[in-house]
Design a protein around this ligand. Structure first.
Ligand SMILES: Cc1cc2nc3c(=O)[nH]c(=O)nc-3n(C[C@H](O)[C@H](O)[C@H](O)COP(=O)(O)O)c2cc1C
Length: 396
């Protein structure tokens, strides 16, 4: 190790460390707490949060992020602790630190906006099993009335579903009802949590891929910039979202992990995986949601951040645009699936780190945003489907 640099990809804040005021309690004072704020560092390079000592913060503040400086008499233990936490970078070949330094350089080279990086890398999940970890979500997923009752008793009723602002007058609309074409498909769109055992037809997957993720046109704006058209909109016509189909039950296709090639409308097989293992992997990607893992095909939607960030360089809105691009594709996939009579789903409850590792993605130039999926529906409703009836004001 010869030189040091502070990563710019870190945030620091103060959190109250509430210490019980024992002597106050003995004196009979009202129970209170003495606050001694602790310094918390959010290390975007690792996605971890750490408590920092004041000496650590002082050392960090003495090292610039813009250029390398000599170690020059700084405490080696503090340097080791800060570099392990992914806050201080060292430029020698020190075990483990090379990875963090490369990640720091990759974030910078890929034009990540600082606030977007904070949100994206600090909210990624790893090793999550919804049933075990997110008890509130699991309560809802199990859909027992008693559990929902208990949830409402604990947290109060959900906020008003249909807010009515006080208005100058209420204007009745003509109420045109359309049941044809797209309107029938919109009415049929549902989230499916029970998939049939029969295989999905190759032609069905063909249509889903072509009309959801397929490239229906492209043009060279200027040499060096190709605009792409899909059936969904995309910020800057860049379409940075890629689809990796995880296929476990489609006629005529090997079960395994694929990448969809949008321009030529073909599939590249990345790894052959037998069907039960493919379903197990898909389920663990989706945090234990076996009802989605059982789908005939699920799609990992990744963003090639570098393509979007090429235009929207460190832009504060770039990340929101990427999330919206993925959301549009998800809705289009719901609609195309509904039109074909297939079930569909979307989820963002993902173990993103594991997915990226499995697909060989660094997470910085390309990373996971969402998963969707589809396949023939099982007969009958899933016990998880919501008891929702039609609204006669809109669907008479
Ligand atoms: C961003 C997003 C994430 C979702 N994640 C999950 C999920 O993790 N598990 C699940 O069962 N449903 C998930 N859903 C589906 C919703 O629960 C579903 O859309 C909602 O219950 C309404 O049902 P519908 O789609 O059939 O109209 C998700 C939907 C969206 C838009």
């Amino acid at each position: 190790m010869t030189r040091l640099r502070r990563t710019p990809y870190a945030f620091f804040y103060l959190e109250d460390d509430l210490q019980l005021d024992i002597s106050g309690l003995i004196r009979g004072d009202a129970p209170g707490a003495a606050a001694d704020a602790r310094i918390i560092a959010l290390a975007l390079l690792t996605g971890d949060r750490h408590r920092l000592g004041r000496e650590e913060l002082e050392l960090l503040a003495s090292v610039p992020a813009e250029r390398w400086v000599a170690v020059a008499g700084r405490d080696p233990d503090l340097i080791a602790s800060l570099s392990e936490k992914g806050l201080l970078l060292v430029d020698g070949e020190v075990n483990g630190h090379t990875v963090l330094r490369e990640r720091d350089e990759a974030l910078s080279a890929n034009q990540w906006n600082l606030y977007a990086a904070l949100y994206h890398f600090m909210t990624q999940w790893t090793g999550v099993d919804i049933g075990a970890v997110d008890e509130a979500a699991a309560q809802f997923a199990r859909q027992t009335v008693a559990q929902i009752d208990a949830f409402v008793a604990q947290h109060g009723p959900a906020p008003e579903p249909f807010p009515e602002l006080s208005a100058i007058e209420a204007v009745r609309l003509p109420g045109v009802v359309r049941r044809d074409g797209l309107f029938a498909t919109l009415a049929a769109r549902r989230t499916t949590r029970a998939f049939a055992a029969q295989p999905m037809k190759l032609e069905e997957l063909d249509v889903v891929l072509r009309y959801v993720f397929g490239c229906h046109g492209y043009g060279e704006a200027v040499p060096g910039l190709v605009w792409v058209r899909r059936t969904s909109p995309s910020g800057g016509a860049l379409h940075p979202i890629e689809a990796y189909p995880l296929i476990s039950n489609v006629e005529g296709l090997k079960s395994g992990i694929y990448h969809y090639r949008a321009r030529e409308h073909s599939l590249g097989l990345l790894a052959a995986v037998d069907p039960p293992e493919m379903r197990r992997i898909a389920t663990s990607f989706m945090c234990g949601q076996g009802y989605f893992g059982a789908a005939h095909v699920s799609f990992v939607l990744t963003a090639r951040f570098y393509r979007n960030h090429w235009k929207y360089r460190r832009h504060q809105k770039a990340y929101a645009g990427i999330l919206m691009d993925a959301a549009h594709l998800s809705q289009t996939q719901y609609l195309v699936s509904a039109e074909l009579g297939l079930g569909a789903f979307v989820t963002i409850a993902l173990n993103a780190r594991e997915i990226e590792q499995c697909l060989g993605l660094d997470g910085v130039s390309e990373g996971v945003i969402a998963m969707t999926g589809c396949g023939p529906k099982a007969a009958g409703d899933s016990p998880l489907s919501l008891p929702i009836s039609t609204n006669p004001s809109v669907d008479p």
